[in-house]
Design a protein around this ligand. Structure first.
Ligand code: 8YV
Length: 319
């Protein structure tokens, strides 16, 4: 008997084909988010769940999962939507999809930096709304990325690719990470032992740390004050790492010149002030949303399921 796998969202065709070939796959062709207890109801009689970050596996949900469910093979690198401690207590295996989305997320990060620095939202709105009437040397002037200092908080897989891409803009790379990385991976980036030491060096600041109790509100009022005046802030990690009120105040005062945000607290209900500000470039959590990466994420989640059901250790086990 093939294991039964509950797939919570619509996945690329090639991924669903492989799922249907190797498993008894319960797909979600409508792609509607399962709300309330619907996820639990659908988990009845399944051996595995393949969810996205949109499904929240709180301790309560995990405790109520049917006994038969043995593995949560996430279609995401982040797994802050899963209470890992509760999963471990229950002996539930949890996996993620690292590496395969680093390039796409780094590309999006570069887009956030350019979009914020060059006022992309404002310019686009102007053209689309037919408000563009004239041109002058002082019109739509932004700030340049080339040659500036980029600070990266969280120098893991994505942060390191962002550094490589940013070198193409002749940026000087600085970073903070819980641990200093190997010199080979650093590739000349300058390490700072604390965010406080890093922040004064950031003309651009990119956040790539994991969401955890330690990183909630990491970019707060005190730390924003340490940035150079007129810095650009971008976030393609998780919304919780930014204290919205603090960033909004800094965007209003001009302390922060502009922000590029792909992730938010309480998505998709973002802080309403972001919609009112001209100096923000906003995207709807699409860091890894390329055709190539979506396929690769699905196959990576399937590789983890295959390993588990073949009695091997899944390559990307996080619990
Ligand atoms: C995904 C992400 O699109 O992988 C992550 O952690 O945030 C995004 O790349 C999303 O999580 C899909 O579940």
């Amino acid at each position: 008997m093939k294991p039964v796998v509950l797939v919570t969202r619509k996945l690329p065709d090639a991924v669903e084909d492989r799922l249907q070939r190797d498993y008894q796959a319960i797909l979600n062709p409508t792609d509607q988010l399962y709300r309330g207890d619907e996820l639990l109801a659908r988990a009845a009689g399944v051996d595995a769940i393949l969810p996205c970050h949109t499904e929240k596996f709180t301790a309560e949900v995990i405790d109520r999962l049917p006994e038969r469910v043995k593995i949560i093979a996430n279609f995401s690198v982040g797994y802050d939507h899963v209470d890992v401690a509760a999963a471990k207590r229950r002996g539930l295996v949890v996996t993620n999809t690292p590496d395969v989305l680093s390039d796409a997320t780094a590309e999006l990060t570069v887009m956030l930096m350019l979009g914020a620095a060059r006022r992309a939202s404002e310019g686009e709105r102007l053209v689309r709304s037919r408000q563009w009437r004239d041109w002058s040397p002082s019109f739509m002037v932004g700030v340049q990325m080339t040659g500036k200092r980029l600070g990266i908080i969280g120098f893991g897989r994505v942060g390191q690719v962002v550094a490589r891409r940013a070198r193409g803009f002749d940026m000087e790379i600085h970073y903070h990470n819980r641990r200093r990385v190997d010199p080979e991976l650093e590739a000349g980036a300058i390490y700072h032992a604390t965010p406080e030491e890093l922040l004064p060096h950031c003309d651009f600041l990119a956040l790539h740390c994991v969401a955890s109790p330690e990183t909630v509100g990491l970019l707060n009022r005190e730390r924003i004050a340490l940035l150079p005046d007129g810095a650009v802030v971008v976030n393609a990690s998780r919304g919780v790492v930014i204290d919205d009120e603090a960033l909004i105040a800094a965007l209003r005062s001009g302390k922060v010149y502009a922000a590029g945000l792909d992730v938010f607290n309480n998505e998709p209900e973002i802080h309403p002030a972001y919609r009112e500000l001209d100096n923000v470039f906003l995207m709807p959590h699409i860091g890894s949303a390329t055709r190539e990466t979506r396929d690769a994420m699905g196959f990576r989640a399937l590789d983890n399921l295959d390993a588990y059901f073949a009695g091997r250790e899944p390559g990307d086990r996080v619990a």
